[in-house]
Design a protein around this ligand. Structure first.
Ligand code: CTP
Ligand code: ZN
Length: 149
């Protein structure tokens, strides 16, 4: 039997998330126990184009461009659907940015961006399925999974 999830009234649906990355998308959206709106996370559902995918639905949140960039790094095929009054009013494929400024923390404890108040700056090294992120300051590279806010 298919796993069905209710439609939402107003908010965002992030579809076609690389399977296994839905939780990371929720973290990027800062969804935690304090969030009052309805939230659905569906993991490992069948997808015609991706084999398996995750889906995140959030009532009451519209995703901005900076957040969409972060999602693109961990889920390059994600589709952002904005829902208004129960209808999909826009559908956009996320786009892998070439640079992420002031978004993620550098995981290197010795990095100058960690020890001093400097805005982080990561270059997206490979515009492919699994990009590496290079810190412009300490020059270490990290996988998107290693980067947290
Ligand atoms: N959705 C929702 N609530 C609504 C409308 C849509 O939760 N009121 C969800 C759907 O369940 C789907 C996503 O938003 O997961 C996109 O909806 P839609 O464009 O109608 O679905 P598809 O045509 O299957 O999307 P795509 O073509 O992007 O695969
Ligand atoms: Zn660094």
């Amino acid at each position: 039997m298919p796993l069905s999830v209710e439609k939402i009234e107003d908010g965002s649906v992030i579809d076609h998330i690389t399977a296994g990355h839905g939780l990371h998308v929720l973290a990027i959206l800062k969804i935690d126990e304090k969030y009052a709106g309805r939230v659905a996370l569906v993991m490992n559902v069948p997808s015609k184009t991706m084999g398996k995918k995750d889906i995140v639905k959030i009532e009451g949140k519209i995703i901005d461009e900076k957040t969409a960039d972060k999602i693109a790094v961990i889920a390059p095929h994600a589709t952002l659907n904005i829902i208004k009054k129960g209808e999909v009013t826009s559908k956009n494929q996320v786009e892998m940015p070439s640079k992420l400024v002031g978004v993620f923390k550098c995981p290197n404890p010795k990095c100058v961006t960690t020890t001093e108040k400097i805005e982080t700056d990561f270059e997206v090294e490979k515009r492919s399925e699994n990009p590496n992120m290079r810190c412009a300051y300490c020059e270490r590279t990290f996988t998107p999974e290693e980067l947290r806010e």
